[in-house]
Ligand binder design. Sequence first.
Ligand SMILES: [Zn+2]
Length: 58
Amino acid sequence: MGCERCNGWMMPERRVGHSASDELILGVSWRCVNCGNVVDSVIVRNRTVQAVPAAPTA
Ligand SMILES: [Zn+2]
């Protein structure tokens, strides 16, 4: 998996937390070791559902 910004190496990070309703959240996020871009598994799912191509920043 490469960084969507710089195509750098993404390191998996385990995320543990609690939601507002006190549910235990277990997930994995990916952080780019090159530029520090973080991609959360939830974000990835949302992007997949919406299937919206990333707009280039003008
Ligand atoms: Zn990057």
